[in-house]
Write a protein that binds this ligand. Structure first.
Ligand SMILES: *Cc1c(COP(=O)(O)O)cnc(C)c1O
Length: 339
């Protein structure tokens, strides 16, 4: 199977850029959900720990268990506790789930400030505090999520304004209940939309991995993609002029051409929509349909770089880098490159 190579230097570069922009590396919470956006959760967690990052964010409790040793606290976005762990804190996404959290669970309250995906309504805050208290939970955070920070529009500003406007109200309530929650709103794009950071933490995912793509007219930080995807050659042949390769023979050789198949297919995360219309960073053309476990390229290299920037592969497919990364096969070999 192919190999996924990771650059520690790129990861550190990205962390430096993020830390410099917000002015405080202790505020960085690294988002490692979905196998660290396909990069490999424990590998990225270890490198972040070495850098001195103390906070992490995942989707599920089982993901938190996998990286527990590396962090001081781990925010779990969408799960309920099945174990007791003082490092874990669980997001409350709606009022009707509050009774699923056992007494003394550390929780963070998510407020819907306009995305309308998860979170309690602004008019439910008092009720939520009352319910969390009745359930004997410990509220250690109040958060929200931005829906459009990467696009050129005023949406970022009204969501920021709404969230900031809630702080005094939430602080007064917290005092009443004896809690001192941390406040946080920004994802990667939100970090770079703001000139400074007044929140207690920022939740950075895609920027950490070097694949943040802001609207062209917004200022884009110089980040480096951490991951590159490589295929190992299975076989080579000469495709004679007029011959066609792969399922349904959608590519016809215009002249005699050397092609090889590599051990990466759509089962490994190579989206099939890139069939016959993708060119690698070294200008090697993808030929014909991508199969389940292999794909043909106009090359005879033993090891072929398939992509080193998920956003570019995503363009050939009509999606975003996030999806390409998150869909990378968990079983692919993952290793740090020597640099
Ligand atoms: C995934 C996620 C993030 C990270 O978003 P990026 O755009 O990758 O930085 C932050 N917060 C929440 C709630 C998320 O679900």
């Amino acid at each position: 199977m192919g190999t996924l190579k990771l650059s520690r230097q790129a990861l550190i570069h990205n962390l430096d850029i993020i830390a410099h922009h917000i002015g405080d590396r202790d505020k960085i919470a690294v988002v490692l959900k979905d196998n660290a956006y396909g990069h490999g959760a424990t590998l990225i967690a270890g490198a972040c720990r070495e850098y001195g990052i103390g906070h992490a964010v995942v989707r599920l409790e089982r993901e938190a268990l996998e990286i527990e040793e590396f962090f001081e606290d781990i925010l779990i976005l969408a799960d309920v506790p099945t174990c007791t762990n003082p490092k874990f804190q669980y997001v409350i996404n709606s009022l009707d789930t509050i009774n699923k959290f056992p007494a003394t669970t550390k929780v963070e309250l998510k407020i819907d400030t306009g995305m309308h995906r998860n979170g309690i309504g602004i008019d439910e805050i008092e009720k939520a505090f009352e319910m969390m208290s009745a359930q004997q939970l410990e509220c250690i955070g109040v958060m929200s999520h931005l829906r459009s920070a990467d696009t050129l529009s005023s949406e970022y500003f009204w969501q920021r304004h709404t969230f900031d406007g809630l702080k005094p109200r939430v602080e007064a309530l917290s005092q009443q209940y004896g809690w001192t929650p941390r406040f946080h709103l920004s994802n990667s794009a939100g970090v770079f939309r703001a000139a400074h950071c007044d929140d207690d933490i920022v939740r950075v995912g895609i920027a950490l991995y070097g694949c943040l793509e802001m609207d062209i007219s917004l200022q884009q930080p110089f980040l480096k993609p951490v991951l590159s995807l490589w295929g190992d050659k299975i076989s080579t042949r000469v495709l004679k002029k007029g011959e066609r390769v792969g399922y349904n023979g959608i590519y016809t050789a215009m002249c005699d051409e050397i092609i090889s198949t590599y051990d990466m297919g759509y089962a490994n995360g190579l989206d099939r929509l890139a069939s016959n219309r993708y060119s690698t960073p070294q200008a090697v053309e993808l030929r014909g349909r991508i199969s389940m476990d292999s794909a043909a390229f106009s090359s005879d290299l033993d090891e072929l770089l398939i992509f080193n920037d998920a956003n570019k592969y995503a363009k050939a497919v009509g999606t975003i880098g996030y999806e390409i990364l998150a869909c990378l096969d968990k079983d692919l070999k993952r290793e740090w490159i020597i640099e």
